[in-house]
Design a protein around this ligand. Structure first.
Ligand code: C5P
Length: 297
C-alpha cells in the first residue's frame, strides 16, 4: 500500500520581529494562512532506505531536502530498521519563495509515514518532531490559519476569516531565509506591533481592513537588495489589491482581493515576466486532505 496526498502553500499575513535570541533565532509573532496552491506527494513503501524523486530541476533530492529529513527523523525516533520509503514529489510551489513549500512537504511526509509505517504517533509528538525540522513545519500540522510565536513554532489556532483571494507573484529567483534574518536592521525598522489588529480583522472577516494592516518586518531588507519586489508591489496596488505584502522572507509578493474576478483581472494585467497564480484561502483541512491509497503490485 502507498499513499498520495497534497500539501499546501502558506502566506504570512503579518510578521513582527521582537528581537534576536541567544540561540541565533529571532523571537517573532506571525499569522500563517494556508492558500490553495499545492505540491503532490506519493509515498511508496520500500524494504529499506529513503529515496526521493522530484520533477523540478534544482530541487535537491538528497538529505538536504526537508521531505527526506522528515523520513530520516521518523526512522531514527521510532528505531525503524526494516522499512524504507520512496518519496515522489511534484512541485507546484516554487522553492525559496516564502510560501513554506518545503515545510509543508516535510509535515506531509511526517503525517503520511505515521500512517504508512503504522507508527501511531500522536499529533503532539508529530508537532514536536516537526519543530526540529524547521520553524514553519509545525504550522502545517496545526490549522489552516494560526498565530505563530517563539521561532514561529508555538502555535495558536485562529478561526479563519471568510474566504478571500490571494494573488501570488513569484519574481523567479529564490531568497535564502537565513540571509534575510542575518541582514535585518531591527533598529531602523522599529514599528508598532499590529498583529492583534490583524487578528481582529481576520475574526471579523473584514478583508479591506485586513489588507490595510498587512505588515512584514522582513520586507525592507529584502526590497533594499531586490528592488523588483517593490515594482511588483506597486503594480498590485494599482491593480486594486486591498493589501500587498512580501510573504515570509520572500521572494513571493501577494495581493489580497475580496472578489475572484478582480483577482483574475489583476493577474492577467500584471506587466512583467513573473509567474503568478490566483489562489484562495483555505478554511478547513478537509478542502485538500483527501488521501488516496495506492496499491503497488
Ligand atoms: O527554522 P528554519 O530552519 O526554517 O530557519 C531558517 C533560518 O532562518 C535559520 O537558520 C535562522 O537563520 C533564520 N530564522 C531566524 N528566526 C526565526 C526563524 C528563522 O533567525 N524565528
Amino acid at each position: 500500500m502507498g499513499l498520495k496526498f497534497k500539501t499546501p502553500a502558506k502566506v504570512n499575513l503579518g510578521l513582527h520581529i521582537h528581537g534576536k535570541r541567544r540561540d541565533g533565532f529571532h523571537e517573532l509573532e506571525t499569522i500563517f494562512q494556508m492558500v490553495s496552491l499545492y505540491d503532490e506527494i506519493e509515498l511508496e513503501p520500500l524494504s529499506s532506505g529513503i529515496e526521493l524523486e522530484c520533477d523540478t530541476p534544482g530541487v535537491p533530492t538528497d538529505d538536504t531536502n526537508l521531505a527526506c529529513q522528515a523520513a530520516i527523523l521518523l526512522q531514527k525516533f521510532c528505531h525503524i530498521k526494516d522499512r524504507g520509503v520512496g518519496i515522489r514529489l511534484k512541485k507546484k510551489i516554487p522553492f525559496g519563495a516564502g510560501l513554506g513549500g518545503g515545510s509543508g512537504n516535510a509535515a506531509g511526509v511526517l503525517m503520511g509515514l505515521n500512517r504508512l509505517w503504522n507508527l501511531k504517533l500522536k499529533q503532539e509528538k508529530l508537532i514536536s518532531l516537526a519543530s526540529e525540522l524547521g520553524s514553519d513545519v509545525p504550522f502545517f500540522l496545526t490549522s489552516p490559519c494560526a498565530l505563530g510565536m517563539g521561532r514561529g513554532e508555538q502555535l495558536t489556532v485562529l478561526k479563519p476569516s471568510s474566504k478571500f483571494q490571494v494573488l501570488l507573484v513569484f519574481p523567479g529567483f529564490p531568497i535564502a531565509t537565513s540571509w534575510v534574518f542575518q541582514n535585518l536592521k531591527l533598529k531602523l525598522t522599529k514599528r508598532e506591533n499590529n498583529i492583534s489588529i490583524l487578528r481582529k480583522n481576520i475574526y471579523l472577516s473584514d478583508i479591506s481592513a485586513l489588507g490595510s494592516q498587512l505588515y512584514n518586518h522582513l520586507e525592507p531588507v529584502v526590497i533594499q537588495r531586490f528592488p523588483e519586489i517593490q515594482v511588483i508591489k506597486n503594480q498590485l496596488q494599482t491593480l486594486g489589491a486591498l493589501g500587498v505584502l512580501l510573504s515570509g522572507s520572500g521572494s513571493t509578493v501577494f495581493g489580497i482581493f475580496d472578489n475572484p474576478d478582480k483577482a483574475k483581472v489583476a493577474c492577467e494585467s500584471l506587466k512583467g515576466d513573473w509567474k503568478r497564480v490566483v489562489t484562495e484561502t483555505i478554511g478547513n483541512f478537509s478542502e485538500f486532505c483527501s488521501e488516496e491509497i495506492l496499491d503497488y503490485p
